[in-house]
Design a protein around this ligand. Sequence first.
Ligand code: IPM
Ligand code: MG
Length: 369
Amino acid sequence: MIHKRKIIILPGDGIGPEVTQWGRRTIETIGECYGHLFEFEEALIGHSAIQATGNPLPDETLAACRKADAILLGAVGDPMYDNNPKLKVRPEQGLLKIRKELGLYANLRPIKIFDELAHASSLKPEVLQGSDILFFRELTGGIYFGPQERIAEGDVAISTMIYSKDEVRRIAVKAFEAARTRRKILHSVDKANVLEASRLWREVIQEISPEYPDVTVHHMFVDNAAMQLIKNPKQFDVIVTENMFGDILTDEASQIAGSLGMLASASVGDQVGLYEPIHGSAPDIAGKGIANPLATILSVALMLDIAFGMKRESEAVIEAVDTVLKKGFRTGDIADPGTPKERILGTDAMGQKVLNEIQMAVSLVTGDR
Ligand code: IPM
Ligand code: MG
């Protein structure tokens, strides 16, 4: 019997539904072209879940995710919360809770420049070309999940960065293992000159390092890392860092890839994994049909590889994106002043171009289409 793989789609908010639709169609196309069976189910998360149920992560969503083989998420968030810090129920809680509940402690964020997009970045093309960085952001600990409270009648607030050695060790092992399959350079980013939690972090990296004699380890303070990333991104191969530093550095690093609209991510632990674009819900362009679906499509490539071990299929998706870019097609966020108008596509046209390339590449090999 052919194994049917079940994928939960969590469209979420803003441009989430527009881009996950193309993620789903990419998976369907891969299924048709390569003879795999995929089954889909949609569930609520974020602001749309709050509106429907009052809960940013309804129990049914969590239960469905636990039973799935992989999860594809769009984005969560809505501007109505941004200027109202007093609102107690918030879309982001849904995302944080699903990460915690499913034990998704390792957030992989590959930053790879598609050379055609070097001009879309505000950084110099010659600085970017050839950059290839894989971030391992710790995702279920640190200041995001440490105790927080208001004291002194609400006039003082405390947020706490907290890490155990075990939490650091499990993400560090994943990062070391990955470095081993790449250029064998690992940068561990911390703030050990100031923070006790960072000194523990560094201690653990130093403890593990002898088990990976083939991997060269560099410890770097986060402020320096922020500078080095845009000064000389090519020095980096794998970067491992704690939750909030990783949140900030990966947004910065998106400029190395040309645009936040291109960046995919995988959040994995010991059970089912969650795949999502790094960009947010982009409420300013939601519903306009101009969102870039490529980060979601590239997240599907990560899913095919990591969740299903479908390397060839994953590469077919990445190749298709590359070909579409090489042919000069762009969404607005990755266009440059020289892009001809007719090459600037909306979400649907761009998604369809990628699917066409996947189908074309497969028919060239099999000759049956
Ligand atoms: C991300 C996002 C989230 C985070 C927000 C939406 C809670 O910025 O995935 O990087 O801070 O982790
Ligand atoms: Mg972020």
